[in-house]
Design a protein around this ligand. Structure first.
Ligand code: GLN
Length: 540
């Protein structure tokens, strides 16, 4: 195998302009040219992983098959590449320093003074080389979180600079930068990007490409200007205007021949050009016109006056994948669980939706509102999909209102409840008592056996599945028989640990809830069977 190539991607001017989807799209293009590609996300936080970050602060916590809690961009890489990403492909400042410090404590540096350069940069470099090896990747894209000029991501740029020095010809740098078009001027400005490039230069790095994010496409005059001031060829300034769907970005980049230009700089030749599948999928997004209305009952929406949908990113994408593949235009509405607690009459708004989802969550806030919503959709036979907390609360609701266990609750909310229908997993007791909360949930892929005759079994069309988890609580097996007697079906089970993984209410049109997170495995080219099931039921 050839030596692996690396592309470092940094952000300029401001965050939130789509660096992750840029990386994912570039990866997709290179994959379609016939290369083994993978992508890495670097988060400059001191948190060791993303598991301890609140979703309203950092967005969704994504979970890999091998059980790492990581940034939502890993989800974008999986969705665009249509491949599982390994835990090697995510690092934070915290995790890098933790390795260095642990090595130091074990005399691994043999008495040397341990320093940021070269010891921390070496750790970063070695991790990236390991990514290439583990993934057998020919090209590795490395996304550095945040924007250039921030104190906290400097060490990662420095690692990139050193790698370029040591492996010239195998390293490229890309700057994803923002070009504002201020209303009062009506003209696109390049100056902020010029400053960003200068900041990058002062870290010893010259970008090979600039991805020009803006509301509109970059014209030739501005490409020329950026070229002169940023010391690069105008052809390496790639236009990236706002676009209706992120899944069109690879197609857009190819209008500027980004893929071929990258390969040229690496001295590689395209092997195949296999875009038909992707283009077809992206085409369906535009032609789907009939709406399907899905309501998401959650709580991680608000930051001040703004609504943040990032907390449920994979859920949203999974709805879209399934809807598009069934030629429907997804219309997603945020429903605030707490509002139902304050004003129960508002529950009737749920009737306006073709389907309702209660996604994952933690803690007390909004729980009773979610239970009220589940009660409403169950009694009104509105198609319902519950995800993780959504399953647990569906069991609480059913226990209280159908099984007449009035005190039914989850021990997450009421540790001493007399009817703990959802209880703490045995192996989690010590973690909770000892406050060992980082990376200790039941995480990643576990097997599940589907019950003969269940809807889930029909939708998956197989008996054994594997899905990703992130939880500390589970259905209490002591209550299984009463739940079953009253009409609930245990449709999926982890037989090794005897854990309930899926419940259904067969009497309803579509009432399915999972202990795992199916949304994490939905891909635009491979929509998830349970989401397909929900959308199909919602259409009918
Ligand atoms: N809070 C619940 C648990 O820990 C559900 C978690 C989730 O929805 N991901 O079990």
């Amino acid at each position: 195998m050839q030596k692996p190539k690396f592309i470092f991607i940094a952000g300029g001017v401001m965050s939130g302009i789509g660096k992750g989807v840029t990386v994912a799209s570039t990866a997709r293009i290179l994959k379609d040219y016939g290369f083994r590609v993978t992508a890495v996300k670097i988060d400059p936080y001191l948190n060791v992983d993303a598991g301890t970050m609140n979703p309203t602060e950092h967005g969704e916590v994504f979970v890999t098959d091998d059980g790492l809690e990581c940034d939502q961009d890993i989800g974008n890489y999986e969705r665009f590449l249509d491949e599982d990403i390994l835990r090697t492909n995510y690092m934070t400042t915290g995790s890098v320093y933790q390795s260095v410090i642990n090595r130091e404590r074990a005399l691994g540096y043999k008495g040397k003074c341990v320093e940021t350069i070269p010891h921390v940069t070496d750790e970063i470099k070695n991790r990236l080389l390991l990514v290439a090896k583990k993934n057998k990747a020919e090209i590795v894209l490395v996304e550095i979180g945040g924007t250039v000029g921030e104190y906290q991501n400097l060490v990662f740029l420095e690692a990139g600079r050193i790698m370029k020095l040591e492996m010239p010809g195998d390293i490229l740098f890309m700057l994803v930068s923002y070009f504002p078009v201020p209303k009062m001027l009506g003209e696109m400005k390049t100056k902020p990007t010029q400053y960003a490039v200068r900041t990058l230069n002062s870290a010893g790095v010259q970008p090979d490409f600039i991805i020009a994010r803006s509301s509109v496409a970059l014209d030739d005059v501005r490409k020329k200007k950026v070229s002169t001031f940023c010391n690069m060829s105008p052809g390496d300034v790639i236009s990236a205007p706002d676009i209706a769907s992120i899944y069109e970005i690879p197609i857009n980049f190819e209008k500027d021949n980004l893929g071929k230009k990258i390969l040229e700089k690496f001295n590689l030749k395209p092997r195949t050009k296999n875009v038909s599948q992707w283009t077809k999928m992206a085409g369906k997004i535009k032609t789907a016109k009939t709406p399907v209305k899905i309501g998401i009952v959650g709580k991680y929406f608000g930051t001040g006056d703004f609504t943040l949908s990032d907390s449920y990113l994979s859920v949203i994408e999974a709805i879209k994948h399934a809807a598009w593949s069934l030629n429907r235009k997804p219309e997603i509405t945020w429903l605030d669980a707490e509002s139902y607690e304050k004003e129960p009459v508002k529950l009737s708004e749920l009737k306006e939706f073709d389907g309702v989802i209660v996604p994952g969550g933690f803690g007390k806030r909004g729980v009773e509102g979610k239970i009220m919503a589940i009660n409403y959709v169950r009694e009104n036979n509105i198609p319902f999909l519950g995800l993780c907390y959504g399953l647990q609360l569906a069991v609480v609701e059913f226990a209280r209102n159908v099984c007449k266990l009035k005190e039914a609750n989850t021990t997450e909310i009421e540790p001493d409840t007399s009817q703990p229908v959802i209880c703490t997993m045995a192996e989690q007791m010590a973690n909770i008592a000892g406050k060992k909360m980082g990376g200790t949930m039941r995480l990643g892929a576990y097997g599940c056996k589907l019950a003969e005759g269940s809807l889930s079994r029909k939708l998956y069309s197989e008996e054994k599945i594997s899905e990703r988890h992130r939880h500390r609580y589970e259905v209490n097996n002591r209550y299984r028989s009463v739940l079953i007697k009253k009409g609930m079906l245990i449709a999926g089970e982890n037989t090794k640990q005897k854990l309930v993984e899926i419940i259904e209410i067969p009497q309803n049109k579509f009432f399915v809830a999972t202990q795992f997170h199916p949304e994490l495995k939905s891909r635009p080219l491979n929509p998830h069977p349970l989401f397909l099931g929900l959308i199909k039921a919602s259409i009918n």
